[in-house]
Design a protein around this ligand. Structure first.
Ligand code: UGA
Length: 441
């Protein structure tokens, strides 16, 4: 199958490489010449485990090319829209300008029988609007949301939990003949994961768009639920990690995504719950999602609480104190700093008068570009040199595995705030550290 992938960010670059590895002929298209040049040279423009190897593997086959010219999409049969939908400046709504411009640029290059497959996370109603603009062209639109996690993007793309096709349907909700034809093409694209038994949900446009934001809203709610419990634990001397273990054994609840701490960030969860609330408001059902406002508020409160804890272990003030922040990425195994809780905490402490040094195995370069006023170090030991307090903000393995004695050698005071509840308090306290965490005594 000849495929084009429009937008080569975290989603598109991985999708393009993965589709090529499944045996398709793929062209990745992006407006950023720097990104295209790096991808064309076989280099990943961001940190994603497994992507460099995949690019090298498919590079040898010649099945993957990149271009800045939308005309390169001509001749492909399925065109995946993978551009970003960030939060609009000063509003909760999603900024659809990249979807708009990519779609309009692609339109003249579509041939009858082509399928545009939307992967970007969009407010419900977007697919219907785009499909209407294809009427009479002979090309059709499907909505095919993506559920990959950064850090596991290659694995999630090649072996997804599920596939969802939102097809054009008639008044009774039955796929139109155009919808059936589009489905057959997608089945061909995804023949490998489908043959592994990947569950497939075939539905209408509205449901397919809602599935994505519903999934992310559920995940965000799960995290904020446990963080709300952490607040209760803090007020009562209980331990949220034991609480999460205990409720997580109930298979109906499940332990995954019940890790209390600094909360969620990144380019997806925060902006998706906000865009969902905004869309619900437009649809006149804002009450249905008013709980997401609380989910957001609980999440943001954790960042403030983290700064409070740093202050508590610094004898009541962080003014003039040296603080080492371990982690800049919004989660481990990524260099993505979009809405990173770690950097939000680092910046707050700096603004409040602390001297903050940040380190991260992969995200320092991105962090420095966004927050040039913070100090950066290459390693945890370097960042913690003479520190009055160490703040663990992103749970990279190398921070989980730190030896308290080694870190203790370089700091000025043995005080640590574990923002991700990944260290063993007993071990750290035994080594003479003042250990504090969110939701733990
Ligand atoms: C999220 C979803 O998990 C993906 O399924 C979805 O495809 C993606 O958004 C997207 O919309 O594109 P991602 O943003 O890569 O994926 O990150 P997650 O693994 O969901 O983590 C989000 C945040 O939640 C991170 O900051 C993480 O540290 C935090 N988190 C996660 C917790 O605080 N506690 C947990 O128990 C789990």
């Amino acid at each position: 199958m000849r495929i084009s992938v429009i937008g080569c960010g975290y989603l598109g670059a991985v999708h393009a490489a993965s589709m090529a590895s499944l045996g398709h002929d793929v062209v990745g298209i992006d407006v950023d010449p720097g990104k295209v040049a790096r991808l064309a040279a076989g280099t990943a423009p961001f940190y994603e485990p497994g992507l460099p190897e995949l690019l090298a593997e498919v590079g040898r086959t010649g099945r993957l090319t990149f271009s800045t010219d939308m005309a390169a999409a001509a001749g492909a049969t399925v065109h995946f829209l993978c551009v970003g939908t960030p939060q609009k400046h000063g509003e909760f709504r999603a900024d659809l300008s990249y979807v708009e411009s990519a779609f309009e640029a692609l339109r003249p290059h579509l041939a009858p029988g082509d399928v545009v497959a939307g992967k970007s996370t969009v407010p419900v109603g977007t697919a219907e609007d785009l499909a209407a603009r294809l009427a009479g062209s002979g090309a059709s639109l499907v909505w095919n949301p993506e559920f990959l996690r950064e850090g596991f993007a290659v694995q999630d793309t090649l072996h997804p939990d599920r596939l969802v096709y939102g097809l054009p349907t008639d008044d009774e909700g039955v796929p139109t003949p155009e919808g059936d034809a589009a489905r057959a093409l997608l089945d061909e694209v995804y023949a490998a994961p489908l043959s592994e038994g990947t569950p497939l949900v075939v539905t209408d446009y509205a449901t397919s768009q809602l599935v994505k934001v519903a999934a992310n809203s559920f995940l965000a709610t799960k995290i904020s639920f446990i963080n709300a419990m952490a607040e209760l634990c803090e007020a009562t001397g209980a331990d949220v990690t034991s609480l999460a273990d205990a409720i997580g054994y109930d298979a109906r609840i499940g332990r995954r995504f019940l890790n209390a701490g600094l909360g969620f960030g990144g380019g997806c969860l925060p902006k998706d719950i906000r865009a969902f609330m905004a869309r619900a408001g437009e649809l006149g059902v804002d009450q249905a999602l008013s709980f997401l406002r609380e989910v957001d508020a609980i999440n943001m409160r954790r960042r403030v609480r983290m700064v409070d804890l740093a202050r508590e272990v610094s004898a009541g003030s962080i003014v003039g104190k040296r603080v080492a922040v371990l982690g800049a990425a919004f989660k481990p195994n990524s260099d993505d700093i979009r809405d990173s809780p770690a950097l939000s905490v680092a910046a707050q402490m700096q603004l409040q008068g602390a001297h903050v040094t940040v380190t991260d195995p992969q995200a320092v370069e991105n962090a420095r570009a966004k927050w040039p006023d913070l100090k950066y170090a290459a390693t945890a030991l370097e960042a913690a040199q003479d520190a009055d307090v160490v703040v663990l903000a992103t749970e990279w393995d190398e921070y989980r595995d730190m030896v308290p004695e080694d870190l203790g050698e370089v700091v000025a005071h043995r005080a640590i705030v574990d923002g991700r509840n990944v260290l063993d308090p007993k071990v750290w306290r035994a080594a003479g550290w003042t250990y504090r965490a969110l939701g733990r005594p």
